[in-house]
Design a protein around this ligand. Structure first.
Ligand code: NAD
Ligand code: UDP
Length: 338
């Protein structure tokens, strides 16, 4: 079964391609290499003994995307391609709305033109905004978001919900990820941030390997267990398996919304402690001001995915830290250029 994977060379997309291959699917990738490298294909091959077909190009380029639909019969599309840096989205909102919103609409139009109507979309817990109590449940209202990245996910969700209301034969899954971390246990694939990492675990990894002097902990005066921010960290492998599980829905028309998280909240200090255990030494950090736009604490109610997809996370924070450190040690400069 051919599955089109947009953004399939990125962090989550590449891990998902491995899980798709292991489950017997044939992932075919579109990626514009904006935030990834072609050498990821080699790593997928090293893990699975199979190299997925790859097309270099942009999802906003409809004739290009259409030409790929003319070459292959797709059962479904898993749509990861997009821009994901929250801070950057505040500075470049138009680019975020173009690539994330316009790109997602172009993709759905080409799918409709080619009569492929099974779609799985990478959404985010950010759509729950600032006002909902934890744990987040799929039925909560969305909105009250603090940045253009989050609004772009909200807008794509809304366009896809409207599409499925208008055209009943679509089956669309909106997967709301919590905080993906970790790496493939082989150390061959992991997160490869360009420049200074924005997210916690990649930053800690670079402190651990000596690339950065110390971590800034953004605030220790939140109303949480130790005053630092609390998030629901989900191992990227578990997340990838969640996509394979979501493919089960493709014959059920309508909108299917799932939180993909562990249901457990961990603080920044707990993440540091887990990483120290993994790398075997203390990590330097300092407490600084809260980061603008941060929420004190959120985690998932992950029961719907468990009931309907028979999916739940398997891995602990210690295991996520161990895999992240393994990847960091083996690939101190990320993926090779070619
Ligand atoms: P990533 O940047 O590693 O992967 C995205 C991939 O898409 C990259 O390979 C990039 O080159 C490609 N791409 C970007 N714009 C494109 C375009 N217009 N056309 C073709 N390819 C394009 O990001 P990721 O962490 O793997 O995230 C995947 C998806 O999951 C994104 O939509 C992201 O918003 C969403 N998400 C990520 C997180 C997270 O913390 N990583 C959390 C929630 C949701
Ligand atoms: N965080 C931090 N220092 C950093 C990066 C993040 O203290 O250098 C904190 C952040 O305030 C939040 C948690 O770590 O409480 C997770 O942040 P991340 O950016 O990874 O995810 P998000 O905020 O998008 O959930």
């Amino acid at each position: 079964m051919n599955i089109l994977v947009t953004g399939g060379l990125g962090y989550i997309g590449s891990h998902t391609c491995v899980k798709l291959i292991e489950a017997g699917y044939n992932p075919i990738i579109i990626d514009n290499l904006y935030n990834s490298k072609k050498s990821v294909l080699q790593r997928i091959k090293q893990i699975t003994s199979f190299t997925p077909q790859f097309y270099y190009g942009d999802i906003c380029d409809k004739p290009f995307v259409d030409s790929i639909f003319k070459k292959h019969d797709f059962t479904a599309v898993i749509h990861f391609a997009g821009l994901k840096a929250v801070g950057e989205s505040v500075i470049k909102p138009l680019e975020y709305y173009e690539k994330n919103v316009y790109g997602s609409i172009c993709l759905a139009q080409v799918m409709r033109d080619n009569n492929v109507k099974n779609l799985i979309f990478s959404s985010s817990a950010t759509v729950y905004g600032e006002k909902n109590p934890v744990p987040y449940v799929e039925s909560y209202p969305t909105g009250n978001i603090t940045n253009p990245y989050g609004w772009s996910k909200f807008m794509v969700e809304q366009s896809y919900i409207d599409l499925s209301n208008a055209e009943k034969e679509w089956s669309i899954s909106l997967l709301r990820y919590f905080n993906p971390v970790g790496a493939h246990p082989s150390g061959l694939m992991g997160e490869d941030p360009q420049g200074i990492p924005n997210n916690l675990m990649p930053y800690i990894s670079q402190v651990a390997i000596g690339k950065r002097e110390k971590l800034s902990v953004y605030g220790n005066d939140y109303p949480t267990k130790d005053g630092t921010g609390v998030r629901d960290y989900i191992r990227v492998e578990d997340l990838a398996i969640g996509h394979v599980a979501a493919l089960k829905q493709i014959n059920k028309s309508g909108i299917h919304i799932y939180n993909l998280g562990s249901g457990i909240g961990n603080s920044v200090l707990e993440v540091i402690a887990a990483y120290e255990k993994a790398c075997g030494h203390k990590l330097a950090y300092q407490i600084v001001e809260r980061r603008a736009g941060d929420i004190a604490a959120f985690w998932a109610d992950a029961s719907r995915a468990k009931q309907e997809l028979d999916w739940q996370t398997q891995y602990t924070l210690d295991e996520m830290a161990k895999d992240s450190w393994n990847w960091q040690m083996k690939n101190p400069n990320g993926y090779p250029n070619e």
